[in-house]
Design a protein around this ligand. Structure first.
Ligand SMILES: [Zn+2]
Length: 214
């Protein structure tokens, strides 16, 4: 079945792409730039991954999102919190707010669904995960289900979001990536856009932990 893959270049989306290549018929990867600090690195990673799996890629700029976003992921004057600052769940929620972008996943999924409908694809593949669903409501299975309910009305071919990683934690996602021969060297998981991944932000920490435990 034809599908579109949301590809940020991070672990979850990269594994989802590898899964789609094996189990579906991906016709296009979509990468979104919205002023995030890691934009150029994410684009580079996504392009390498798409090339590796021989799938076309479109890079979509959402400039208004950059303009209205005040959080640390985008704003140069704010520092992205590192994981050691915030250990427990309540603090996790506070941290989530610092990197929250207004309706980001809602916007991404709906743009991807428009591409899917236009290209006669039935699925949008997205890399959500169980760990982040705890702090980010727009990663949860309930969210995917709700968006799918909405897409039944807003797309004529009833596009469906599918996330092969949604019930997995990072460690399990790494394991799946190995099974699918994912080139891990291409991944960019850092919130920042420095030369190398910082190793300290929440996203880096989650990846490092998962790799270590594998
Ligand atoms: Zn980092």
């Amino acid at each position: 079945m034809k599908c579109i893959v949301l590809l940020s270049g991070g672990l979850d989306s990269a594994v989802s792409l590898a899964w789609a290549k094996r189990n579906r018929y991906p016709i296009l990867c979509l990468t979104f730039l919205y002023g995030q600090k890691a934009a150029h690195k994410e684009k580079e990673a996504a392009t390498m991954l798409a090339d590796h799996f021989q799938i076309d890629i479109s890079v979509v700029e959402i400039t208004f999102l950059k303009e209205i976003t005040k959080t640390a992921l985008v704003n140069d004057n704010l520092e992205v919190p590192n994981a050691s600052e915030l250990e427990d769940e309540k603090e996790g929620r506070e941290r989530a707010k610092k990197v929250w972008v207004p309706n980001r996943n809602g916007i991404f999924l709906n743009i991807a669904a428009a591409y899917a409908e236009s290209l006669e694809a039935y699925n949008v593949i997205a890399g959500f995960n169980k760990e982040e669903a705890l702090t980010f409501p727009d990663n949860s299975p309930e969210f995917i289900q709700a968006v799918n309910g909405s897409l039944e009305f807003s797309t004529l071919n009833k596009v469906k979001i599918l996330s092969p990683t949604q019930n997995l934690n990072k460690e399990e996602i790494v394991t799946l990536g190995h099974k699918l021969d994912l080139p891990f060297d291409y991944i960019w998981s850092c919130y920042l856009g420095e030369e190398k991944m910082c190793g300290e932000c929440e996203s880096c920490q989650r990846l490092l932990r998962a790799l270590k435990n594998n």
